[in-house]
Each structure stands twice: as C-alpha cells, then as structure tokens.
Design a binder for this molecule. Structure first.
Ligand code: GZL
Length: 338
C-alpha cells in the first residue's frame, strides 16, 4: 500500500496496528524505568548468602521488638545474609523445635535468645553434633558444658539491679514498702534484677517487700498485678518493675485509682525504651535502667570474625547506664536507637 506522506516521516498509522503501538510503548517505558533506576548494587547470589537461623523469645515488649528489628537489619540480604526468623511466642518448646528445624535446614549459624536459663543442653548438643555454631543473645543459658555455645552477647542484669538499688539508696527516704513485679521466672533478666533488689533488702533494714509476683515482662500482667495490689489495701510507696512494659501497666492502674505515678509512689523500671524515657521526662517514671537490645550489629560482628577463622570473645557485655529526671533530655531520647 502506497505510503502517504505525513510530514517528515512516513508513518502510516493504519499499517502500524494498535497492538504493535502498545508493545512499543511498554518497551519504551521499560527502557526509561531501567535507565532511571541508576546503578544497582547486585544482591549477592543466594548460594553465597550466610544463612542464620534466629530463635526469638516472642514479641512481649518494646525491648523485644527493638531486638528483633536490630537482628533483621543486621542479617539482611544486602549484608550477605539470609535470616530465618522464628518467634517462639514465649514458649521454650517452640524454641527447641525451631533450633531442630534450623539444624535440619543446615543453616550456617544458629542465634538463640533463650526465654529461660535451663533446658537447653539436649538441643544444643544436637547443634554441636551437626557442626553448627550457636550464638546466645540477651539472656543466659545455664549449661555444664560451655562448649555447647560459641559466644554470648547481652546485659549484666545483676548490675542493672544493683544500679537501681544504689539509686534508691541515694534518692529515696526510708521506710520503703516495695511492690516487686518480676519478669519471666527463670530468665537471667529476671534473676539478675531480682538478686539486685534482694541484696538491697538485705542491706537496708528499713526496706520491706510487701508484694512480689511474676508479670512475665508483659504490660497487661503488670496492670493486672497492680490492680490486685491496689484492691488488697497493701501499703506501698515504691514499685520495682523489672521492665518498661510492666511499668506501663502499673501506671495505667495507678491512674485509674487516682494515684499519681512518680509522685504519690516511686516507680523503678528497666530497659529504657523510647516511650518509657518519655515517662521519665514527664515525671511518671522515676528511674529507668538501660538494657540495650540492639544486638544485631554485635552478633553480625561475631559471625564475621568466625567467617575469618578468628576466635571472638566468649562473653560480650553491653555497657549500660540509667536515666532519671536529672540526666535525661529530649535530645538524648531522640538520639537513641530504640
Ligand atoms: C532483658 C530482656 C528482657 C527485657 C524485657 O535482657 O531479656 O526481656 O528487659 C524483655 O523487656 O521482654
């Protein structure tokens, strides 16, 4: 068919049918998008990724969620890892199952955040037999064979308890009638903070423990226990909550009973999560002892040492401080990673 002139180019639409026009449009759009995407750093090939199986306690607290995010950010594909994440929903048996699954999948490393100290020897022996290094994060495991894990990274929770007691001795006027809300019984976090308070009770005759119960580091349990204390008529003037989320529950219960948190009663907490530090600034929380959850980079550094054939420190303790109205500012809160 004779081509009709149409300006400079011979373009006869009726011959260049609709389908080809659409395909050409898509092709041109694709070329444009690829050209705009800029240089792409090629993701490592799947076969070159270091595979890490991470068994996490659960998602019971701000601290735990910050810990999870820190690990997920550290063990990203861009960083050369494939993270297999398992949330045990606060059940040790789920953690044990997860570790066995990691072994069956032939992961390169296992990272365990153990809910309690006891009950790990059998499954850690299985991991050792499979030749898979295990790194423990956060809480401790209690084992007769220290070769069952390669390294541990976490906090000295007894020191955290001692810091809280020292602050109480320096800032509170006895007599103290203390309500004690504990974390997961049998976890090293609970054990350390409880031991610190118990030492304080031993050394201060005018301190009295008027209530003690486990709140499992969970906000709802903290509120429930505080409601129980308020209903009982127990006389108290200090609440020692072993984490921020239980302290949130305590504050909610106190407010519901027109008790002014941080003023009518002193509230001591642990973790120093963002929202809790805001409560220290507002005066509703009197002391928050830091427990840093940002273990991702620390564990990644250990694995990279192991990959280089080096021997990392067996135990790595995280430096921590405490916050009260005298040393906390909005800028400090804004500068923190959790
Ligand atoms: C502390 C960690 C505790 C936090 C809680 O090392 O194990 O578990 O203090 C968390 O907030 O639930």
């Amino acid at each position: 068919m004779k081509q009709e002139k149409c300006g400079k180019f011979y373009f006869c639409y009726k011959h260049f049918n609709r389908k080809k026009t659409i395909l050409l449009s898509y092709f041109l759009i694709l070329i444009f998008l690829v050209s705009c995407s800029g240089p792409q750093k090629a993701a490592p090939a799947e076969k070159d990724l270091i595979v890490v199986g991470f068994s996490q306690v659960g998602s019971e607290s701000d601290w735990r969620n910050a810990n999870t995010v820190s690990m997920q950010e550290a063990f990203s594909v861009e960083n050369g890892y494939r993270l297999i994440f398992d949330d045990a929903q606060q059940k040790q048996e789920k953690q044990i199952t997860a570790i066995r699954n990691f072994i069956n999948q032939g992961v390169d490393y296992i990272v365990l955040a153990p809910i309690t100290m006891e009950g790990w020897d059998t499954v850690l022996t299985e991991a050792k037999a499979a030749g898979i290094p295990v790194i423990i994060v956060d809480r401790m495991v209690d084992t007769d064979d220290p070769d069952l894990f390669t390294c541990w990274v976490g906090s000295d929770t007894r020191r955290e308890g001692d810091l809280a007691v020292k602050w109480m001795e320096e800032n509170l006027t006895a007599p103290l009638n203390i309500v004690h809300l504990q974390g997961n019984i049998g976890s090293s976090a609970q054990a350390g903070r409880t031991e610190g308070l118990e030492a304080g009770l031993q050394n201060n005759p005018e301190w009295k423990l008027v209530f003690q119960a486990p709140g499992d580091f969970v906000q709802a349990k903290g509120q429930e226990l505080m409601e129980e204390v308020l209903a009982s008529g127990i006389d108290f003037n200090v609440i020692y909550a072993e984490n921020d989320n239980m302290a949130y529950g305590v504050i909610a219960a106190l407010k519901a009973h027109d008790v002014v948190p941080g003023k009518d009663v002193t509230i001591i907490s642990f973790d120093a999560a963002h929202d809790a530090l805001k409560l220290v600034l507002s005066g509703e929380l009197n002391l928050d002892v830091e427990c840093n959850p940002l273990h991702g980079p620390r564990v990644r550094s250990i694995i990279e040492q192991l990959e280089r054939g080096e021997t990392p420190e067996k135990f790595t303790y995280v430096d921590e401080v405490y916050f009260d109205s005298s040393n906390l500012t909005e800028d400090i809160i804004a500068s923190r990673g959790y």
